[in-house]
Design a protein around this ligand. Structure first.
Ligand SMILES: [Zn+2]
Ligand SMILES: [Zn+2]
Length: 184
C-alpha cells in the first residue's frame, strides 16, 4: 500500500511533501527500479520454502512427526510470531532442560525463548518472552479466560441498556469479542 503510494508520487514528479506530523521522511529507497515495481512478484514461489529440504528428517526429533512442537503459550502475539518463524525456518532450538527465570531465578522456564516462568509472567501480567505488559496473551489458561468471560457476561447482563451498549462496544474492540459477540 505504502509502496504504491510512494511510487505514484515519484512517477508524477511531485516532490514528496513532509509528513503532516512533522516527522522526517525516510529517504527514497531503491530509486526508480524499485519505485516502478508494482503488483505481485513476477516469479512467486509455488510452494513454501522448507529448511533442510534435501536431508532426511529424523521424525523422532522435536518438530518431527512423532514429537510435534508444543503449542506456543504465555506470550504476546508478536513473540508468538517470532517463535513460530524460528520453527518454520529451522532455527528453533528447543530447551533441553528448564531454563532460569529472570524474575524468580528458579529453573522453571519450560518453553524455549521464554525469559520468565509461567507463574511470574501470569503474576505480573506480562509476556513471558519480551516481558511487555500486554492485554493479549496467547493461550492463557482456559480457567482464567473463562472466569474473565463470565464476569463480563454478568456485567453486561446486570447493566442498564445504555451502559450495556457501551460495554459491548468496548468488547467489540478487544479479542474477547470473538468469543462474546453472540451475547449481543
Ligand atoms: Zn519465575
Ligand atoms: Zn512478547
Amino acid at each position: 500500500m505504502f509502496g504504491w503510494k510512494k511510487s505514484l508520487s515519484t512517477q508524477t514528479g511531485v516532490p514528496p511533501k513532509p509528513a503532516a506530523d512533522g516527522a522526517p521522511r525516510s529517504p527514497e529507497v531503491g530509486g526508480v527500479e524499485m519505485a516502478s515495481r508494482q503488483g505481485p512478484p513476477k516469479h512467486p514461489n509455488r510452494f513454501a520454502w522448507k529448511p533442510n529440504a534435501g536431508q532426511k528428517k529424523n521424525e523422532t526429533e522435536v518438530g518431527g512427526k512423532f514429537r510435534p512442537y508444543s503449542e506456543i503459550t504465555g506470550v504476546c502475539p508478536r513473540c508468538r510470531e517470532q517463535i513460530d518463524w524460528k520453527r518454520r525456518y529451522g532455527k528453533y532450538k528447543p530447551l533441553i532442560e528448564p531454563a532460569k527465570c529472570q524474575k524468580c531465578t528458579k529453573r522453571a522456564v519450560r518453553q524455549a525463548y521464554h525469559n520468565l516462568c509461567s507463574n511470574c509472567a501470569r503474576e505480573h501480567g506480562v509476556c513471558a518472552k519480551c516481558c511487555c505488559k500486554t492485554e493479549q496473551i496467547i493461550g492463557r489458561e482456559s480457567s482464567e479466560v473463562e472466569a474473565e468471560q463470565k464476569a463480563l457476561e454478568e456485567a453486561i447482563k446486570n447493566s442498564r441498556e445504555r451502559d450495556r451498549r457501551t460495554l459491548l462496544r468496548a468488547v467489540r474492540f478487544s479479542d474477547l469479542y470473538f468469543t462474546l459477540h453472540y451475547v449481543a
